[in-house]
Design a protein around this ligand. Sequence first.
Ligand SMILES: C[S@@+](CC[C@H](N)C(=O)[O-])C[C@H]1O[C@@H](n2cnc3c(N)ncnc32)[C@H](O)[C@@H]1O
Length: 443
Amino acid sequence: MPKPATSPFSEILKGNVKNELQELDAPVHRWWRFVLAYPPHLVSQYLEEFGCEGPKCVVFDPFSGTGTTLVEAKRRGCHAVGMEALDFCHLASTVKTTWDTPIATLETAAEELLEKIASDFARYGFFSAGGSLFETHRNAARPVACALALPAAQEKLLGKGYISPRPLQKLLVIQQHVLALPPGPVADFFRFALGSAAIPSSNVGFGPEIYRKKAKADEDVWACFTDQVEMMLTDLRDVQTRPYGPSRVHHCDSRDLTSLGKLKIDAVITSPPYPNEKNYGRITRIENLITNCIQDGADLKRLKKRLLRSNSQNMYQGDEDDLFVTKFASVQKVADEIEQRRLDLGKTSGWERMYAKVTRHYFGGMYRHLLTLKPLLNRGARCAYVVGDQMSFLMVHIRTGELLAELADEIGFKVEKIDLWRERWATASKVTIREEVVVLQNR
Ligand SMILES: C[S@@+](CC[C@H](N)C(=O)[O-])C[C@H]1O[C@@H](n2cnc3c(N)ncnc32)[C@H](O)[C@@H]1O
C-alpha cells in the first residue's frame, strides 16, 4: 500500500493549543470531560473539511466517549449518531445531546429535587457554612447521623480513599432522590449531573492516569451538584435558541453495528481507544458507581467485555478478535517483537504476558469494526480516525495509524491521507510519538 502523504492541514491542527484550552469551557462540552477526550475544534475542522452540514448529513461516532463529535455535529445541524459501550459515557453522550427537553420542565424538576435533597442535607447537618448560592438552606439545630453507605460490592470496586466518607454520604443522599425519579430524559439529566459532580466531590486526580490526591475530610457537595445543574441549564437555554440537528446514541459495542439497522452514514469522526494500558472502566469508575451504572463485579465485567481489547486488564477467555488479523504480517511483526522483548527482559507478570495478545486483539477488534461499518457508509463517505502511536508495551513502538490504514485498505477503503495532529518526543526511547488522523473514504 502506498504511504499516504501527510497533509498541510496538520499544521493548523497542531498549532491550535491555545484554542484547545479555551474550548474545554465551551458550552455543553464542559458538562463532563475526561482526559482522553479530543478538543471540539479538531472535530469541527473535519466536519468542515468533509462538508458536513444540515440534518441530511449523518455523522457517526462509534466511540463517542464524552460526546465531543456528537455535540459539534448537532450544533452544525447534522444528524448525530453515536455509539458507546461504557454505561456512564453512554449516559453522558446521551444527556449532552438531548437538547429538546423544555427548560421549564427541567427547572420545575430541579426545584422539586433540590428541595428534597436540601431537607435531608439540613437534617444531617450537611450544608457547608458560607459560599453557597443557596444560603437560604440551613442545617437543623440538632442534626441526626446519616446511616447511608455504599453497598459492600460497590465499596470494594471504589477502592480506599477515592472519596472521603462524609462527601460520599452527601453524594448518596443526592443519589437516593435522583434514582427515585421516573425513568426518562429528566431523570437522566440529573443522574448525569450527579456523576459529574462526584468528581470535584472526590479525591481523584488525573495525570493522565487516575490517582488519589490527599484526602479531604469534607467537600461542599451541595455546591458541586447545584453548580453543575445550573451550568447545564444555562447551556441548554443557550443551545435552544439556535437550530440544531437530531441525535441518538446507541449503547453498544462498535465491533458489531447491527443495532444501526439500515442507517446510511456520510461521515465518521472518532477516536477509538489506543493499544496501551489506559483503562476506561477505571478512569470512569466513580461516575459509574455513584450513578449505579455498576453495582458489582459482575456488572463491571459485563461492561468491560463490551470494550475493544486495548489493555491487559481487559482480556477474557474466548476472545477471538485476534483471528481477524492473522493475515497482517505487520500486526504479527509488532506483536512478536513485544513478546520477544518480554522474553529478553525476563518479564513474567500476568499483565506483561498479555501485551502481545492485546496488540493482536486490538487490531482484530478494529478490523471487525471497520468491516461492519463499511456497508453502512454512503459512497464517498469520509472517516477520520484519531489514533496515537504507542510504546506502553515494553517500549515497542506501535504505529497505530499506519497499521489501521493498512487494515482499512484491505477492507476496501481508500486511505486518503494520514494527518499529523500532534507529536511528542519520548526521551527514554528517543523516538517521536505521533498522534494522527487517519482519513478514509468509502469507495
Ligand atoms: C478515546 S475515547 C473517545 C473520546 C471521545 N472522542 C471524546 O472526545 O470524548 C474512546 C471511547 O471508546 C469507548 N469504547 C471502547 N471500546 C468500545 C467499543 N467496543 N464500542 C463502543 N465504545 C467503546 C470507551 O469507553 C471510550 O469512551
